[in-house]
Design a binder for this molecule. Structure first.
Ligand SMILES: *Cc1c(COP(=O)(O)O)cnc(C)c1O
Length: 385
């Protein structure tokens, strides 16, 4: 056997033993709520398409029109010839939504975070990252030559302690956090982090992948509390509530100008295709004109949590931490047998010993399905946890 094949097999066998091997299952997205998997129709509670905009007629139509007009691909990096007019429009609209001077659209959220942080942080600088922040914030921090420090989840006191220890020796400093945590659904203490950043001359980078479209009247996590926090870098994705694909960051004009000339994931990667930009623009039309619709995923999550006897969620994401990876798979199987798709989330996506079911609620989930799911969770999952 080739040594590479032997390596792959041994690695897979070890993962299999710990119930940590992942497999990719073909999923046909029917109407977005209902999906076909293994020949069965399931009601999905595992999609980040919170507003079901991937299936919205106006969003689809906008994408099709963009292909007719501009073609299927951007053809080059934005700095060469890939900067089609829809990207300019999209950046204006995102900056407006977040209340910043400017914005920059990237190929994906992952590319945004791995472009932004290394463009701003170098040797002798410091990056503080919430321990539960998304993998791509960690990836962005780790590819810098700065000093990368984890602070305990949502623990502003710990972040402050780290800044007291490390800030004065450092040149520049960034604090990076999710606005809404992707696997826990809780909100970061953004106002407090903003104050802390200001007190220590650090820059606050908030990843709002799960906030835009669904909290703060659709404007995101930064707008979810009465007092607006001081955030310099509003990052996010077009691939969740916006039903499209791509990433963005909203910031002041000089910061955006710098990122556009220095972020390697922008410079050395092809521009977002016209259809993706057009779909995101049409999604923003829906988000800006239908605030009641944007409030529905959270209302559905709260109805579920209340019926299942779980704490009131801050976002459309409701976790049930099971602990062991095998038990999480088993819990997911129980629900799947009853017609519900709730994918088990295992390490390394979440810390060891915190494997879980992650329920994601969307605007168009049926009230009866939610009630039935809550009932099952109460009697079949929580009763045995
Ligand atoms: C999904 C996600 C990303 C990555 O965004 P993509 O556009 O899918 O690459 C980044 N940050 C968080 C918090 C996410 O949940």
């Amino acid at each position: 056997m080739h040594s590479l094949d032997r390596f792959a097999r041994e690695k897979l066998a070890a993962l299999e033993r710990d119930a940590l091997r992942r497999t990719i299952v073909e999923t046909v997205p029917d109407d977005g709520i209902h999906v076909m998997r293994g020949g069965r129709q399931l009601v999905s509670f595992s999609s980040n398409d919170y507003l079901n905009l991937t299936q919205h007629p106006k969003v689809k139509e906008a994408a099709i029109d963009a292909i007719r007009r501009y073609g299927t691909g951007a053809g080059a990096s934005r700095l060469i010839t890939g900067n089609h007019p829809l990207l300019t429009q999209l950046e204006e609209r995102l900056a407006q939504l977040k209340g910043t001077e400017a914005a920059c659209v990237f190929g994906s959220g992952y590319l945004a975070n791995t472009g932004i942080i290394p463009a701003l942080i170098g040797e002798g600088d410091v990056v503080l990252v919430d321990e539960l922040a998304h993998a791509c914030l960690w990836a962005g921090a780790r590819i810098t030559s700065g000093n990368v420090l984890a602070f305990r989840h949502n623990d502003v006191g710990h972040a402050e302690q780290l800044l007291r220890q490390h800030r004065s020796a450092a040149g520049r400093a960034i604090i990076a956090t999710d606005g809404i945590f992707s696997m826990d659904g809780d909100l970061a203490p953004l106002a407090e982090l903003g104050n802390l950043a200001e007190a220590h001359d650090a820059w606050l980078l908030v990843d709002d992948a799960h906030g835009i479209g669904v909290v703060g009247g659709g404007r995101g996590a930064a707008f979810a509390s009465p007092r607006q926090p001081d955030i310099q870098l509003h990052m996010g994705t077009l691939s969740k509530a916006l039903g499209s694909y791509g990433g963005y960051v909203c910031a002041s004009q000089p910061v955006i100008d710098l990122l556009k000339t220095r972020a390697r994931t922008l410079i050395y990667s092809t521009a977002l295709p016209p259809a993706s930009a057009a779909a995101a623009l049409a999604a923003l039309d829906v988000i800006e004109s239908e605030p009641e619709y944007c409030a529905r995923p959270l209302a559905n999550a709260r109805a579920f949590a209340s019926a299942a006897g779980l704490p009131k969620p801050d976002s459309p994401i409701v976790p049930i931490i099971v602990g062991d990876a095998r038990d999480a798979l088993e819990a997911s199987d129980i629900l799947e047998r009853e017609g519900f798709l709730v994918v088990a989330i295992r390490p390394p996506t979440v810390p060891a010993g915190t494997a879980r079911l992650r329920f994601a609620f969307t605007a168009l989930h049926d009230k009866g399905d939610i009630a039935r799911l809550a009932d099952l969770v109460r009697t079949r999952i929580l009763a045995h946890a």
